[in-house]
Structure formats: structure tokens, C-alpha cells
Design a protein around this ligand. Structure first.
Ligand code: NAD
Ligand code: DAU
Length: 353
């Protein structure tokens, strides 16, 4: 079966495609607009594989999306494509509405036309898996139970609102047209190839460059961290065994405050790549202005995917973080390439005193 992966040149999508091809699961068509976050470099190791086709296009392009489905006889879609950074959505929400809402609608419509033309087992097996986020549920109070699949949607950032809108469209295409959809709502990912605008790779990059490690507000906001390969396993499992029309929450069961995440990161670096002046990396921590509308706490209940599909995270936060630090230390030239040019302007704009 050929699968269509969108946004496969980004962080999670590229990890997903690498694992899919490593496990020889079939042909992948990767559609990516190559925005600032998409990097052909992320898949350089597999670019020549006969099981891999790259298409440089936006999911908002109706003609191209419609043509792709029939040209490649697509058996399933995994939609990772999105504008994904909350801070950017606060500065400039337009691109988020365009890709995360309009783009998802175009993709759903193209998938529906293709699916309607199928017959027999091809039609029965077709799936549209939409990769979403726990941010659609909004924020938790300290004693609230973790987000479950029935938690009401209360998105607080433009990013979260556009992902919520997309989730609703996906649901509506199932309820109205019968399109066989699946949705995953995952917590914060970390690991290799994450663009250094997100907390963990940003702090790694800044630590090694002897720059301040910016922590918003009091740093006590809590996130639920999951190693990216565990998320990719969950997506694959939902694609293969998930019940059509259902949503699955995915989390790392590791709720930890931002300042503690950065402190752990500093402690690993102190051991594996000590500062030349003998000081601790934690001395670079710098508290800066808070993010507007900053969600205080996320925690995800993964009971459904664990009970129904047998999913378990393989990495703990300690093992995953150590692997991640190792990858960034071994791949400094990757960070060097993706942090040139427009990246610098973003950092200046976002972290201006
Ligand atoms: P990312 O920003 O690293 O990658 C996004 C990819 O989508 C890039 O390759 C980009 O070029 C591509 N893209 C953007 N607009 C496009 C368009 N119009 N058409 C085609 N391609 C386009 O994002 P990520 O962190 O890998 O996240 C992937 C998905 O997972 C997103 O949908 C995100 O909402 C979701 N998610 C992310 C996390 C996380 O912690 N990173 C957690 C839960 C869910
Ligand atoms: O929860 C899932 C979401 O996780 C995904 O849907 C998003 O695509 C992904 O970007 C991520 O969103 P966050 O906003 O939680 O991730 P980020 O790495 O930007 O921030 C993590 C926490 O760290 C958050 O509380 C804000 C804080 N932070 C972030 C940055 C970039 C800082 O304190 N300083 C920073 O410089």
C-alpha cells in the first residue's frame, strides 16, 4: 500500500517516514511545502529510496492534492502538515488558518473524492489519519484530571484554535460523508530533528552557543513530554488498528515544569559536554516575559490507546532526553544549517528585551 504523508519534511513527519521505511512497510509519498520548518535535509538518508517519492507542494493546492491521490493510488493519508509553533501563531496567525484549517479541508475533500471512487477492500481499508495536539483541550488547573478523549475543546492560542477547527472538520467528514478518519491528540514531543524554536532544541542550541536559556514567566508551566519515536509508534498503531471515527490521546505520562526540563537538560550537558570555563549550564537560565495566554498545565490520559491498542511509550523522559542531547551534539552541522538566515530574525523578534 502507498501512503500519503503530509509535512514529512518536518520534525515528527520525518521521524515517522524514516521508521516506516526502515520497517519496509511500503511506498511513501511525502507532500511538503518546505516552509521554514520543513527541511529536505531531514530525509537525506532516504531520498534515493525506490520506496520514497517527494512532492514539493502545499496541502492548500486543491488541483495538486486531487491529482496526487489518483496518480499514486493512495491507500491511506497521515496528515502531519501544519504551522506548529504557538509563539509564531501569536505574532502571525494567518498562515495557521491557511494551512491548519483551509489546507486540512482541501486534503479532506481530495481524500473523500478518491475514497468515493474506490471499491471493495481498497475502499474498506482506506484511512485518513489526522495528527492533532493536546492543546485543543486548553489548560488544566493543578488538581484537574488529565485530558481524556471526552474533555471539551477549549483552545487558547491561535495555533490551538486552528488545530481544533481541523479536528472538527475531520470529525464532520466522517459523520457526514462516512470518510474513514482517525485522529490522534498528542502531547509535547521532543527528539532528533526538532526545529530549534521549540523549548528543548532551542535551549540545547543556546546552551552550546553560550547564550541565555529563555524561560517564560515563572517557568512553572507543566507539559507532558513524549519521545518522538514513541509518538510515531502510536500513529502507526492507530492507523493499523484504530477504530474508524475514533480519537486517541497520546502522552508521555511525564508531567514536568519547564524550568525543571531545562535544568535536567543542563545537568546532562554538564556531564557529556562540560562548559570550558567549568561553570554549570544552568547559570545560563534567564527568566523572560511570559507568552500571552500561556497554558499553565497539560497532562494526557493515554488509557484508551493503551487498553484498546496496546500502545506503551518505550522511552522514559530521562532516557529520551539523554538520546536527544546525544543526537544534537553529534549533529551540530544540522543545527548550524537550520539556524542560519530567517531563523536569526525570528529569535531577535521573539526574544528582544
Ligand atoms: P513541524 O513544524 O516541525 O513540521 C511541519 C511540516 O509541515 C514542515 O515540514 C512544513 O514544511 C510542513 N508544512 C507546513 N505548511 C504546509 C503546507 N501548507 N503544505 C504542506 N506542508 C506544509 O511540526 P511537527 O512538530 O513535526 O508537528 C507535526 C504535526 O504534529 C503538526 O500537525 C502538529 O500540530 C502535530 N503535533 C506536534 C507536536 C509537537 O510537540 N511537535 C505534538 C502534538 C501534535
Ligand atoms: O502540546 C503539544 C504541542 O507542543 C504541539 O501541538 C505544538 O506543535 C508544539 O510546538 C508544542 O507546543 P508548546 O507551546 O507546548 O511547545 P514549546 O516548545 O514552544 O514550549 C514548551 C513550553 O516551554 C511552553 O510552556 C512554553 C515554554 N517556553 C517555550 C519557549 C520556546 C519557554 O519557557 N521558553 C521558550 O523560549
Amino acid at each position: 500500500m502507498t501512503i500519503l504523508v503530509t509535512g514529512g519534511a518536518g520534525f515528527i513527519g520525518s521521524n515517522f517516514i524514516r521508521a516506516w521505511l526502515r520497517q519496509m512497510r511500503g511506498h511513501v509519498v511525502n507532500v511538503d511545502a518546505l516552509t521554514y520548518a520543513g527541511n529536505a535535509d531531514n530525509l537525506s538518508g532516504i531520498a534515493g529510496s525506490s520506496d520514497y517519492t517527494f512532492v514539493h507542494a502545499t496541502i492548500c493546492d486543491r488541483e495538486r492534492m486531487t491529482a496526487l491521490f489518483s496518480q499514486h493510488d493512495i491507500g491511506a493519508v497521515i496528515n502531519f502538515a501544519a504551522e506548529s509553533h504557538v509563539d509564531r501563531s501569536i505574532h502571525a496567525p494567518d498562515d495557521f488558518v491557511q494551512t491548519n484549517v483551509v489546507g486540512v479541508h482541501v486534503l479532506l475533500d481530495a481524500a473523500r473524492k478518491h475514497w468515493s471512487s474506490l471499491t471493495g477492500s481498497r475502499k474498506e481499508k482506506f484511512r485518513f489519519l489526522h495528527v492533532s495536539t493536546d492543546e485543543v483541550f486548553g489548560t488544566l488547573e493543578p488538581d484537574d484530571p488529565a485530558f481524556s478523549e471526552t474533555t471539551p475543546y477549549r483552545p487558547n492560542s491561535p495555533y490551538a484554535a486552528t488545530k481544533a477547527a481541523a479536528d472538527h472538520l475531520v470529525r464532520a467528514y466522517h459523520q457526514t460523508y462516512g470518510l474513514p478518519v482517525l485522529t490522534t491528540n498528542c502531547s509535547n514531543n521532543y527528539g532528533p530533528y526538532q526545529f530549534p524554536e521549540k523549548l528543548i532544541p532551542l535551549c540545547l542550541h543556546h546552551a552550546l552557543a553560550d547564550k541565555p536559556l529563555p524561560i517564560y514567566g515563572d517557568g512553572r508551566q507543566v507539559r507532558d513530554w513524549l519521545y518522538v519515536e514513541d509518538h510515531c509508534d502510536a500513529v502507526r498503531l492507530v492507523l493499523e488498528r484504530g477504530a474508524v471515527g475514533e480519537t486517541y490521546n497520546v502522552g508521555g505520562a511525564k508531567d514536568i515544569a519547564n524550568v525543571d526540563v531545562v535544568t535536567m537538560l543542563c545537568e546532562i550537558l554538564d556531564k557529556v559536554s562540560p562548559r570550558s570555563d567549568g561553570k554549570n549550564y544552568a547559570e545560563q537560565i534567564s527568566f523572560v516575559a511570559d507568552r500571552p495566554g500561556h497554558d499553565r498545565r497539560y497532562a494526557v490520559n493515554s488509557g484508551k490507546i493503551a487498553n484498546d491498542l496496546g500502545w506503551r511509550a518505550k522511552e522514559t523522559f530521562a532516557t529520551g532526553l539523554a538520546k536527544t542531547v546525544g543526537w544534537y551534539l553529534d549533529n551540530r552541522e544540522w543545527t548550524g544549517r537550520v539556524t542560519s538566515g530567517a531563523y536569526r530574525q525570528w529569535i531577535e523578534k521573539q526574544y528582544a528585551p
